[in-house]
Design a protein around this ligand. Structure first.
Ligand SMILES: Nc1ncnc2c1ncn2[C@@H]1O[C@H](COP(=O)(O)OP(=O)(O)OP(=O)(O)O)[C@@H](O)[C@H]1O
Ligand SMILES: [Mg+2]
Length: 230
């Protein structure tokens, strides 16, 4: 579904990604693992079109979208949950959700479905997003993305800095969503165990290069831990 080939990208004059290639098949999870600063978030920004690569190409359904702006990629079915659970902090959880749902065909049914996935959000619907717990904010960010009914979800460290009980809930939801069919997830994660349980395929990114990749099978965890020395 998504094909990234030989991407060189960065900020200003400095390159962060030095020729990254990966492919995300239809359905299921593809995971990107790597240490802090390896370029994982930069890779997702490039996939969405927030960053324009200096070299290389991004293909969606076989079509070159390297020069397509981000909002048009969203219209094609891509959604992005950035690192750090960004919603509008002054708006309530429900207002944040409505902002996405309003005016969208089927938006309110999608909103109800998103709330079914994250029942905790119902109870917090009237609270300002900025006052929610980290776990609730992450669920809110995921719910906002899902209201657009994406075909391809770019998920940047959805369990970072979140208490363990909520981490398990978010992990369960990601697994459930990706198992339903009709949704591909490109998941950036530092929890190697979870990422590899979820992922059909993994990529290890080190200093802007893919240094190993493979199927997310029983042997993968050891290979990844060796590659990352974790
Ligand atoms: N907006 C920016 N402007 C300039 N440099 C940036 C910017 N964002 C990231 N960088 C730099 O790009 C490199 C890769 O950052 P990136 O955020 O992609 O790493 P990451 O793998 O997502 O790390 P983490 O695990 O900490 O989230 C880092 O050296 C970082 O300092
Ligand atoms: Mg990051």
């Amino acid at each position: 579904m998504l094909e990234i080939t030989g991407v060189v990208a960065g900020y200003g004059r400095g390159d962060v990604l030095h020729g990254v290639s990966l492919s995300v098949p239809e359905d299921g999870v593809s995971a990107v693992l790597g240490h802090n600063g390896a370029g994982k978030s930069t890779l997702l920004r490039t996939a969405l079109g927030l960053l324009r690569p200096r070299e290389g190409r991004v293909l969606l359904d076989g079509e070159d979208i390297t020069r397509l702006p981000a909002h048009r990629r969203v219209r094609r079915g891509m959604a992005y949950v950035p690192q750090g659970q960004q919603s509008f902090p002054q708006l309530t959880a429900m207002e944040n959700l409505r902002l996405v749902a309003d005016g969208r065909k089927d938006g309110h049914a999608a909103l109800a479905e998103a709330l079914d996935l994250f029942p905790a959000l119902r109870g917090a619907a009237g609270r300002r997003a900025g006052l929610l717990s980290g776990g609730q904010r992450q669920q809110l960010a995921l719910a906002r993305a899902l209201i657009t009914r994406p075909r391809l979800l770019l998920l940047d460290e959805p369990t970072e800095g979140i208490q363990p009980s909520v981490v398990a809930e978010i992990q369960r939801t990601v697994l459930e969503l990706s198992g339903r069919g009709g949704l591909s997830v490109l998941l950036v994660e530092q929890h190697v165990g979870f990422a590899l349980r979820a992922a059909g395929r993994y990529y290890v990114l080190e200093a802007g290069r893919v240094t190993s990749s493979g199927a997310g099978d029983a042997d993968a965890e050891q290979a990844v831990r060796r590659a990352l020395s974790v």
